[in-house]
Every structure is written in structure tokens, then in C-alpha cells.
Design a protein around this ligand. Structure first.
Ligand SMILES: O=C(O)C(=O)[C@@H](O)CO
Ligand SMILES: [Mg+2]
Length: 255
């Protein structure tokens, strides 16, 4: 059975961010992930993590101005400087919090725009090299067009081919089963094909992004396959609980 990390941007949101760590530990999780730690000093987040006895699985690089609609900076040619600053901030937080993985969001840009493609590639290489120097892994995640219209990285094969092409040992794919199913289906074949370059996995039911076992996929079968492909990292529970977080955790005992 995979080991699960609670996603604190979606789960335990009944409490303020810093209180979610203890709640996740009390519910039996041993690791957490979330979108962004940057509203708090890195040391404060690290203290919350450690006093709850948790491991950090992953978080994202700063995405630009999220409230204004930014969803990452990596494919935005006129925001290269901001991207570099975001990379420095992410590495500094990553070292203090001790995350083994950072997710680099691509941004909102046409996926067939040559300037965006070139910029993304260049920034990805830079981020992979800088994170490698810091001993941190980097992942990229295709995101479905319904949840994030206009997101640059919206195709699993394209992301996978890019990871192969850039050929950095610390650069891998974030395979979110929810996005995979909405974008392309064929989840198990893709898990098998992409296994050597899967750096992180996330799960939620489809189509409502609620608890596993409540959607159109056979999540038990998917968890078996995640084991079968040899994936030993955390599976992030990136779902919005249908009601209170704790009330919906029964799926873990039922799988
Ligand atoms: O939305 C997702 O799926 C994620 O994993 C986030 O990191 C990006 O919004
Ligand atoms: Mg995801």
C-alpha cells in the first residue's frame, strides 16, 4: 500500500494553516504537502512540521501573484527576473523546511507559443540545475484545462518527453491521477510508461476531487498499480474533503 501525505492546502482547512500540521499527525499521517509556505517564515513552518513529528513531501515554488491569476512563472518570457527570485526563495524555504521535492508551476501561457516554449525550457533547465546543487528534486505537473484554463503544461506526454529530453536525474514528473484522468484517461498504462520518471504522485476522486473511492476510477486498483510500478514515494492526498476532513478519512482503512 502506498504511503500517503496529507495535502494541507485542501485538507484540514477547518483550521489555520499552521494548526493543520498537528491535525494531520493526529489523524495518522506521517507526511504533508501543500501549495505554498511563503505566507509564514520558513522557520515557523519547519517548527510546525517538526513539532507534529511529520515529514515534508513537497511544496511549490512561488507562483507569482496567485490572487491576480498567476499560476507560476516558468513559461512567461517577460517575467524571467521574477522567476529567478522565486527560485532563490523556494530553495531557501526548501532547505529550512527540509523538503526533498519542489514543484515548479508553468504559468498561464499558450502551450504552442514559441516564446513561451523556449522560456519554459530554459527556466526548467535552470531550476533543475539549481535544485540539484541544493540536493533537492524538481517536479513538473500537467494540469487539466477545466480546473486551470490556459495553463501552459496541459499534456502528460509532452511533460514526460521534456523530462526525458532534458535528462536531469533530479527532474521528474508529478503524476496527479486526477489531472491524468480528466486530460487523457488511460491512467494505468500511463503509470507504467512514465514510472521511471515519476517523482511524485497525487490522488483525488474524479470528477469531484473528493476522497478516493468516491469517483469514477477504481482507486484500489490504482493504488495496487502504484505499488507494482515500484513507486516508493508519498502519494499526496490532494482532494477537497466532501465534508469535514476527519469524517472523510475512512477510505484509508477501506482500501
Ligand atoms: O493543482 C494541482 O493539482 C497541484 O498539484 C498544485 O500544485 C498546482 O495547483
Ligand atoms: Mg496536483
Amino acid at each position: 500500500m502506498p504511503k500517503f501525505a496529507a495535502n494541507l492546502s485542501m485538507m484540514f482547512t477547518e483550521r489555520p494553516f499552521l494548526e493543520r500540521f498537528a491535525a494531520a499527525a493526529a489523524a495518522g499521517f506521517t507526511a504533508v504537502e501543500y501549495l505554498f509556505p511563503y505566507d509564514h517564515p520558513a522557520k515557523t513552518v519547519a517548527d510546525a512540521l517538526r513539532s507534529a513529528g511529520l515529514k515534508q513531501a513537497l511544496f511549490n515554488m512561488p507562483p507569482g501573484d496567485w490572487a491576480a491569476g498567476d499560476r507560476g512563472l516558468a513559461s512567461l518570457p517577460d517575467r524571467r527576473e521574477e522567476f529567478e527570485t522565486a527560485l532563490v526563495t523556494a530553495i531557501s524555504y526548501a532547505k529550512t523546511i527540509e523538503t526533498p521535492l519542489l514543484h515548479m508551476m508553468a504559468g498561464i501561457a499558450p502551450c504552442d507559443d514559441p516564446a513561451a516554449i523556449a522560456c519554459y525550457r530554459e527556466n526548467l533547465k535552470k531550476a533543475a540545475d539549481v535544485t540539484a546543487e541544493a540536493g533537492i528534486g524538481l517536479v513538473i505537473e500537467p494540469i487539466n484545462k477545466r480546473d486551470m484554463p490556459g495553463y501552459f503544461l496541459n499534456d502528460f506526454d509532452r511533460a514526460f518527453d521534456l523530462v526525458l529530453d532534458l535528462d536531469r536525474p533530479n527532474l521528474n514528473l508529478q503524476f496527479d491521477v486526477y489531472h491524468r484522468q480528466i486530460l487523457h484517461g488511460d491512467v494505468i498504462t500511463a503509470l507504467r510508461k512514465m514510472a521511471p520518471r515519476i517523482g511524485h504522485i497525487q490522488i483525488a476522486s474524479v470528477p469531484n476531487r473528493h476522497e478516493p473511492l468516491t469517483g469514477e476510477l477504481d482507486d484500489r486498483r490504482i493504488f495496487q498499480e502504484i505499488d507494482a510500478i515500484g513507486y516508493r514515494g508519498y502519494v499526496g492526498c490532494e482532494y477537497r474533503p466532501a465534508a469535514k476532513t476527519e469524517e472523510g478519512l475512512g477510505w484509508m482503512a477501506a482500501i
